[in-house]
Design a protein around this ligand. Structure first.
Ligand code: V47
Length: 390
């Protein structure tokens, strides 16, 4: 067992930081020294973090960075997911949610139904609508612009986080508009930010197998860059636990980091564990808790320019998400209310969680729950309303 001092670089604020770093894996020592010195990690460091048998040492390092950035503060929000359609032309092997038009189980909401879905389950003042859906062959850009502007009219105080980079690129092509023009029209309709889905794994070799018919990794990153240039924030995901290897994961993270260096527009990184049920890849095993925790930790350590790392409880289970708050995560996502993408792929987590249960989950991890809005501003509540600190 060897030690690297956490030293003064990380400040005295947390108990963990006062303890020296210990590991049974000598390959981690130079990586730990760089983390402690606040230096940027490289591709090979990423491989060491993925390959190390000392997962607790990797987690310790990530936790140290997390506490340096956020102390004990841990963010959650009160949100509602809306999936206007599951009809999708992409036919991704990774997905159990998408359906061909007119097939069993396919659905498409009309505008009234989508607005009603937003209103249902409105037991608390929701601060965010999270809206993603399939690539529908017939729904034009105007449908989605009307959807957004109608939501803004009905719920002016709610932040609209909608459309993955894949949906934006698809709708732009369909409308024969450039991507910046499409984003401008979405903004004008009321779009406030974008979610991080559709990134999967950027490496072509993997993408050709798991999601062949949608934009490639470079197009995803280019679209994110254009979203940020339009003044909107967005998130970033990585789908792991299928046919990718450690090199693909490190490559994915470093490509995200490079765009973030340019734009600063990503808010949070969300690693997403592949759920194989009801997909063409259902012969693959599910990820295990330690793999899920390692993704959080490596994400925190490599993405030194991302403010937040999210342990999405719907995907990880509330139990693993809670432990992840000690492995580098500072956010657990939100109340969600009705999740479809993971539940179609076999998730057994609840479809939503009450605000007080999210707060208990965070507090029992020894962290301080902070309700945030989508832009990570503190939310203060009274009985039926909320205010956002600006
Ligand atoms: O884009 C689809 C993934 C994503 C499966 O930005 C699957 O705050 C695992 O992006 N197994 C949608 N993953 C979810 C998403 C998200 C979730 C929560 C918060 C935010 C945010 C974004 O789910 C898809 C795809 O990458 N996905 N099918 C599956 N079988």
């Amino acid at each position: 067992m060897s030690e690297v001092s956490a030293g003064t670089q990380f400040g005295p604020s947390s108990a963990a930081q006062a303890r020296p770093f210990r590991t049974s894996d000598p390959r981690l020592e130079p990586v730990a020294r760089r983390v402690m010195a606040g230096e940027r990690l490289n591709f090979d460091d990423g491989l060491v973090l993925y390959g190390s048998p000392d997962i607790f040492a990797v987690g310790w390092l990530a936790n140290t960075v997390r506490e340096k950035l956020h102390g004990d503060l841990t963010y959650f929000n009160v949100n509602r997911h809306i999936n206007p359609t599951n009809v999708c032309v992409a036919n991704c092997r990774l997905c159990a949610f998408g359906r061909k038009k007119g097939t069993d189980g396919s659905y498409t909401m009309d505008l009234e139904q989508a607005w009603a879905a937003a209103a249902s389950g409105y037991s608390e003042a929701v601060t965010e609508f999270h809206i993603v859906g399939g690539l529908h062959p017939d729904l034009p850009l105007e449908f989605f612009l009307d959807l957004i502007s109608g939501l803004k009219e009905r719920f002016p105080q709610v932040h609209i986080k909608a459309f993955t980079m894949v949906e934006i690129a698809f709708l732009a092509k369909r409308a024969k508009l450039s991507i910046p023009e499409t984003i401008e029209r979405m903004k004008a309709a009321g779009l406030d930010s974008c979610p991080g889905g559709g990134a999967e794994i950027f490496a072509d070799r993997v993408r050709h197998i798991i999601c062949d018919h949608k934009i490639d990794g470079s197009e995803w990153l280019d679209t994110a860059r254009m979203v940020h240039q339009a003044g909107l924030k967005s998130n970033a995901t990585m789908l792991y636990g299928h046919i990718e290897n450690d090199e693909d994961r490190v490559d994915h993270l470093l490509r995200l980091r490079a765009v973030q260096d340019e734009t600063g527009g990503f808010q949070t990184f969300i690693p997403l564990a592949f759920h194989p049920d009801n997909t063409p890849l259902d012969h693959l095993p599910r990820t295990t808790g330690m793999t899920d925790l390692r993704q959080i930790a490596v994400g925190r350590l490599l993405l030194d320019n991302f403010p937040h790392i999210k342990a999405y409880w719907q995907m990880m289970t509330p139990q693993i998400a809670q432990i992840a708050l000690r492995f580098g995560a500072d956010d657990v996502d939100g109340t969600v209310i009705e999740e479809k993408i993971y539940h179609d792929a076999g998730a057994t987590t609840p479809q939503g969680m009450r605000r007080q249960d999210l707060m208990r989950l965070i507090a029992e991890a020894g962290r301080v729950p902070v309700e945030r809005d989508t832009l990570y501003r503190n939310v203060t509540r009274t009985e039926d309303s909320f205010t956002v600190a600006v």
